[in-house]
Design a binder for this molecule. Structure first.
Ligand code: C5P
Length: 253
């Protein structure tokens, strides 16, 4: 295990099309980083990375945040190996693959992460090996009518994919908070769960395209180590207030 999660961390998904918008919000959120608070990370996903490239990862890190580079690699092992090496070279503190790529792809990703950390860790100012997670079943998917799940419950498929990820040597999985307890019981408490699909219990709030959602309190109680929150913060009238509320709820759980 390269970086043990000691307390749950909040990860803000900077799903913006421009670096200016992402850095604008991240700059405001710096005010929430305080001793005793759950750690605050930033997530760079496909939308922002495709628009801005590796420099946006470095710019966010210069503000003092750790960065989760959420590009969900799924390809032949050799291509994933190269992609993981490039992600580590960007300075990402966490990256991910799809568990659906299978055991061989996942093992190659772990080896690539390890070798790239040795090669580029110092030049990227990475003091710890970047965490490597695998996406199990996207939180936007429901059991019914899903061609990938083929009639099986998402929770069952997520657990199977988590066991493959554990066997490959990954640090944890991306799953719904609804599956975190079961996955940790099966894979061990040090095997980490990162959960998107976090929504506050506000009748006027939307779950957007997310289906297997959970409140921050419930996700922490279920054992999630990282909570990923996007639109409830990025589209809020008061994003800093919304992020502060998430942190407060996590601390109370
Ligand atoms: O806006 P919202 O809170 O739904 O954002 C969730 C974020 O988490 C998005 O950036 C999405 O890409 C990401 N994510 C997800 N489900 C996964 C993995 C990542 O929703 N299984």
């Amino acid at each position: 295990m390269s970086q043990l999660a000691t307390q749950p961390k909040l990860v803000i998904a900077l799903d913006f099309q421009t670096g200016a918008e992402a850095l604008g919000l991240a700059g405001k959120l710096v005010s929430l980083v305080a001793p005793g608070q759950p750690d605050l990370w930033m997530k760079v996903g496909l939308e922002l990375f495709v628009a801005e490239g590796p420099e946006i990862v470095r710019a966010i890190k210069r503000l003092g945040f750790k960065v989760f580079l959420d590009l969900k690699f799924l390809d032949i092992p050799n291509t994933v190996r190269g992609a993981v090496r490039s992600a580590v070279k960007c300075g990402a503190d966490m990256l991910n693959i799809h568990a659906a790529g299978g055991l061989d792809m996942a093992k190659v990703a772990v080896a690539a992460r390890d070798e790239a950390f040795l090669e580029y860790g110092a030049e990227c100012a990475l003091t710890e090996k970047p965490l490597l997670f695998a996406v199990t079943v996207l939180t936007s998917m429901q059991d019914v009518d899903n061609p990938i799940l083929r009639g099986r419950p998402a929770a069952e498929v997520a657990l199977e994919l988590a066991l493959v990820s554990l066997a490959a040597g990954l640090d944890g999985v991306v799953c719904s908070g609804q599956e975190a307890t079961r996955i940790k019981n099966a894979c061990g408490q040090n095997f980490m769960c990162l959960t998107p699909g976090i929504r506050v219990p506000d009748p006027s709030a939307s779950a957007d395209d997310q289906r297997r959602v959970m409140t921050p309190e419930a996700a922490v109680a279920a054992g999630s180590d990282f909570l990923v929150v996007g639109r409830p913060v990025t589209r809020a009238v008061d994003p800093v207030g919304s992020a502060r509320d998430m942190l407060r709820r996590m601390a109370q759980a």
